[in-house]
Ligand binder design. Structure first.
Ligand SMILES: [Zn+2]
Ligand SMILES: [Zn+2]
Length: 412
């Protein structure tokens, strides 16, 4: 059987832990990162991007989703290997939902489908349901589940939703009238003839309160106060990844931060770049640490560090990216195959030879030849997209809370 293979960018973008997806043979939810098989010598790579890991650690700790002080590493998803003798690292999934529907020959109308639970399917493969006449019927996962805006997710308790507290052991059917996939055209009917249209399930509170189930982790979280809401599995509002992205700056940028930070204590008198020049001649350690960097660069970095932005970057990585690209340096980064960033500030004579008044508002133009962008999936939301981590840093506030990708790892 061919393995199901996903591109790494799909995992970070669309199919991370907690996402539901339809594989050729069944519907599943992607398991938490705790369950992924990351063994083997080349199962994954760690990504060294301190600006991104610092930002995430700070943000997730503030959100209560990361234990204070726990190191945070960035990893690639499992990397498929090309050697068939080696076991391939794998992303784990769990079957979800647990309610399915099957053709039922005893029903007069072909659009009336029998509802069965996962546990009623053939025990070996869980693919078929044996109908009342002894025939095998292929099971199709039901389209409707429910969840809350904290990301919790569960099957709809169909029996309970239809009957309330009254126990009823009759089988149930999904009846679809009309040709549309509209909720108002679908009805779940019990053998006792009690029924409910899917439309009614949109009524606030009709599905009951959320119990905090997290099927991607396999547990439940206490204390959720939300009401359950209907989710159509194939709809786009079932999963919004929370992804943070930075551009990798040349190592020298972080190196400069380190070098300036080391001698910062001796530079309290520096109020402008000219004083940096004086301090260099007066203090051999400053001179040593700032070797290769201009007074202006050193002063700018000193200012950032003074602004409380330890690793200025960790506060807002995009400011650091902008500052570098807008630095006016002719060559930014370096032109080599191993370089993470190579850009050039274009000479104004090239792009604005006549000093066109329309171009007056453009301070400089930078050609970026090569860059590395690192994106990290750090959570997800349902129903509504979450603000980006960068927005949150600007205090837009958490309109939607993110759900964790796992609970026991040193990577998000
Ligand atoms: Zn009933
Ligand atoms: Zn909940």
């Amino acid at each position: 059987m061919a393995k199901d293979v996903l591109r790494q960018s799909q995992i970070v973008g669309l199919f991370g832990p907690g996402a539901m997806l339809d594989l050729p043979e069944r519907s599943v939810i992607v398991s938490s990162v705790d369950d992924w098989n990351m063994r083997g010598p080349n199962a994954f790579r760690t990504i060294d991007e301190p600006r991104l890991s610092d930002m995430l650690r700070e943000r997730l700790t503030a959100d209560g989703r990361w234990i204070e002080g726990r190191p945070l590493n960035l990893r690639t998803p499992p990397i498929g290997n090309t050697d068939p003798r080696q076991p391939s690292p794998q992303i784990q999934v769990r079957a979800f939902p647990a309610w399915l529907t099957c053709d039922d020959p005893t029903a007069q109308d072909a659009r009336r489908r029998r509802m069965v639970r996962w546990t009623e399917l053939d025990p070996q493969r869980r693919m078929y349901w044996v109908d009342d006449a002894g025939k095998r019927q292929q099971a199709t996962p039901i389209r409707f589940v429910c969840g809350c805006k904290k990301g919790h997710l569960q099957d709809i308790e169909w029996k309970q939703v239809i009957h309330g507290a009254i126990a009823c052991a009759e089988p149930m059917w999904l009846e679809e009238s009309g040709t549309s996939a509209e909720a108002r055209d679908a009805r779940i009917r019990c053998g006792c003839n009690k029924s409910i249209t899917l439309d009614e399930l949109f009524i606030k509170g009709r599905l009951g309160k959320c119990y905090g189930f997290r099927p991607w982790i396999g547990d439940r979280e206490d204390g959720c106060t939300e009401l359950l809401r209907l989710l159509t599995r194939s709809a786009t509002n079932t999963y919004f990844p929370q992804v943070a992205t930075v551009i990798s700056l040349p190592v020298a940028e972080d190196e400069l931060t380190r070098r300036v930070a080391e001698v910062m204590g001796y530079m309290t008198a520096a109020t402008n770049p000219a004083i940096i020049a004086i301090l260099r001649t007066a203090n051999p350690q400053i001179s040593e640490n700032l070797k290769g960097y201009s007074d202006e660069e050193a002063f700018a970095r000193l200012q950032q560090l003074r602004d409380g932005a330890t690793a200025a970057a960790s506060k807002d990585p995009h400011v650091a990216e902008f500052e570098l690209l807008a630095s006016g340096r002719q060559v930014i980064g370096e032109n080599s195959s191993g370089a993470r960033l190579h850009a050039e500030t274009l000479n104004r004579d090239v792009w604005d030879p006549d000093r066109d008044p329309l171009c007056a508002g453009i301070a400089s133009l930078v050609a970026v030849h090569r860059l590395r962008e690192v994106s990290c999936l750090y959570g997800f939301t349902r129903f509504e997209p979450a603000p980006l981590v960068e927005d949150e840093l600007e205090d837009v506030g958490l309109a939607v809370e993110g759900a964790p990708l796992g609970i026991n790892n040193d990577w998000p």
